[in-house]
Design a protein around this ligand. Structure first.
Ligand code: PAF
Length: 284
């Protein structure tokens, strides 16, 4: 695996990979877990050459968020990526990615202030800016993102469409622990007690699915059923629980075809997210 720390190095290798077929890309912030590795495995299946990136992107963290303490496990991450057969790792510094005085942003208007974007102002602007920069630098044919960050995925698809970026976006299923907790680098922050409480996100989604499967289509009734379960967990504080259209992200009153149920909650000081689709059956 070739590790490139500068944009010039990453670009200089593109001639070699251009001849070899489809170029797959898995952008990450490191602290890799099975969720990330499932993206790499999907990339390996669907492309001949695979690059990953590790960059803890400062612009997607708010001033009082966890940028400084975000887990950084670079050596271990490199081993994992090497073992999966990744060809290139792009691991730039913040100075390399953001030239001094950079003032240009990519914003998906009307979507970037919804859900996590409402609770974390500026977060999605940071995500779409860095992902568009990574796409310009790496120039992948196909890029892989986790469905756990469902709203992020909606925004990235929209950005790619609106800006005519020549990259196919693939969303990969959420990978869960045995008790249903969605894998996340932030799970590392949880104490043993909090780790138990954290399953409430998935339990809330499952309760909503149960009522949906029994025929309930009113979103206010589905949300009330979910909130009842959530409130039984004293260690958790709800940020949002919403049932929305999976493209427009608008709140739905009733579900005709399909809807996305998205939840964000604080377990102690750790903010976690999870989601599931309500179709004929909800996968959570
Ligand atoms: O999902 C993530 O890990 C990050 O938001 C991403 C897409 C790598 C951008 O920093």
């Amino acid at each position: 695996m070739k590790i490139c720390q500068t944009i010039a190095e990453m670009r200089s290798d593109q001639g070699a990979r251009a001849k070899t077929g489809r170029f797959g890309f898995v952008p990450t912030m490191g602290a890799l877990h099975e969720g990330h590795l499932s993206l790499v495995r999907a990339a390996k299946k669907q492309s001949e050459v695979v690059a990953a990136s590790i960059f803890v992107n400062p612009t997607q963290f708010g001033p009082n968020e966890d940028f400084a303490k975000y887990p950084r496990t670079f050596e271990r991450d490199c081993e994992l990526l090497k073992n999966e057969g990744v060809d290139f790792l792009f691991a730039p510094s913040a100075e390399e990615m953001y030239p001094k005085g950079a003032v240009t942003w990519v914003t998906v208007e009307g979507l970037s202030d919804k859900l996590c974007g409402r609770s974390r102002p500026g977060h999605f602007r940071g995500v779409t800016t860095v992902v568009s920069k990574l796409f310009h630098i790496v120039e992948p044919d196909i890029a892989f993102f986790g469905q756990k960050d469902a709203v992020q995925l909606v925004l990235i698809r929209r950005m790619v469409r609106d800006l005519n970026m020549p990259v196919e976006i693939v969303g990969c299923p959420i990978v869960r622990e045995a008790d249903g907790l969605a894998m996340s680098s932030r799970n590392a922050y949880l104490s043993p007690e909090e780790r138990k409480s954290a399953t409430v996100l998935n339990r809330t989604l499952k309760e909503i699915r149960k009522h949906f499967d029994q025929g309930e289509r009113s979103t206010s009734k589905l949300l009330s059923a979910g909130i009842k379960i959530f409130q039984q967990e004293p260690g958790a504080r709800l940020d949002y629980l919403e049932i929305i259209d999976p493209e427009s992200l608008h709140a739905a009153r009733t579900i005709s075809k399909e809807a996305l149920v998205a939840i964000a909650a604080y377990i102690g000081t750790t903010r976690l997210i999870d989601n599931g689709m309500l179709q004929s059956n909800l996968v959570v």
